[in-house]
Write a new protein. Structure first.
Length: 335
């Protein structure tokens, strides 16, 4: 009995030591706990962060721009944010210690979502219409480049600033003819509000002239330089979480629902699947693994941003993305 008690105590101490050895890494998301966030919870529940001796707590965000200052100030060592907004942030805040280290949305979900019954099916249809756009929205931030690529006359488009909670309801009620947003989120929010799916038009900016990238894992560069193995381990776990979510979306949503019990599981699984199909599992990611970028494409993206955004400093791609912390490609393959 004494031996058994001692053995049990030793096991408890060992487990406690292992737990104490884990490094806490707070992770700032861009948005609420919806379908596309599920892979990060999978990485917790399937033990991938634990395998890297990391204890990760995930915090929801309030828009594509939200995580950037959190990471730049060091409040969070890692976050999830739109790389185009990061580029502008770094231009306006030279030397800020933040950069992207892993591309997640190889094809960005920036979209204009309209209703066919209100006359919006193609970019040119926006002229003469009211467009609802939340000022902090990542898709709205790219709209000027989208307008330029499609030769839109902005003087003919009435832009109505709206809040995130009212964006889709205003379109559902017909108070605006279209909105900017992430394709998978706005589309399914409209469905949930009762808008017939065949009345919804999704105009994906990436399919209409833009070569931009989307959301990426970002890091505080001071933290990353001091803890490179932590960042690489974090990215390894992220890739594993996405791989599991792609293989079993329903299981991934179970991890999400644990954190957001009020969510509609079927709806969020559709949202996750839409993001996988359109934004994550691209030909480039399937061939090269998740996380990297094509430098030539990033150069084109910078040129497109410069068409509508006046850089205060000469763009420097090396400031916006580094692959220095990425694990080997084999660890980033999604299938």
């Amino acid at each position: 009995m004494i031996k058994q008690t001692f053995a049990a105590l030793a096991a408890t101490v060992a487990l406690s030591g292992a737990a104490l050895a884990e490094t806490a890494v707070p992770f700032a998301l861009d948005w609420k706990f919806e379908g596309p966030a599920a892979p990060y919870f999978v990485a917790i529940d399937d033990g991938y962060f634990g395998e890297q001796d990391l204890s990760v707590e995930i915090s929801a965000g309030q828009g594509s721009l939200d995580a950037i200052p959190k990471v730049a100030t060091g409040a969070f060592p890692v976050g999830f944010a739109d790389i185009n907004s990061l580029i502008k942030f770094l231009d306006q805040n030279p030397g800020a210690p933040v950069t992207a280290v892993m591309m997640i949305y190889d094809k960005p979900p920036f979209a204009v979502v309209g209703r066919k019954s209100l006359g919006v099916e193609a970019p040119k249809d926006l002229e003469g219409k009211v467009l609802g756009a939340p000022p902090p929205d990542g898709a709205w931030a790219q709209f000027p480049a989208f307008a330029s690529a499609n030769d839109l006359d902005m003087s003919k488009i009435t832009v109505e600033p709206v809040g995130f909670p009212t964006r889709e309801p205003m379109l559902a009620e017909g108070n605006v003819a279209a909105i900017t947003g992430f394709s998978f989120s706005s589309y399914l929010n409209l469905v949930r509000l009762g808008v017939p799916e065949d009345d919804i038009s999704t105009i994906l900016m990436a399919d209409h002239g833009l070569q931009l990238y989307g959301n990426a894992i970002i890091v505080n560069t001071d933290y990353a330089a001091e803890n490179p193995e932590i960042i690489t381990g974090f990215l390894t776990a992220i890739a594993a979480g996405w791989k599991d979510a792609i293989a079993d979306p329903a299981g991934a949503i179970e991890s999400l629902i644990t954190r957001n019990p009020a969510a509609d599981a079927d709806l969020e699984q559709r949202r996750l699947q839409l993001s996988i199909d359109a934004n994550v599992l691209t030909d480039y990611a399937e061939t090269n693994g998740m996380g990297g970028i094509d430098p030539a494409r990033l150069d084109v993206a910078l040129e497109q941003l410069a068409e509508t955004y006046e850089f205060q400093n000469a763009p420097d791609a090396s400031l916006y993305f580094t692959d220095a912390y990425l694990p080997d490609a084999a660890a980033r393959m999604l299938k």
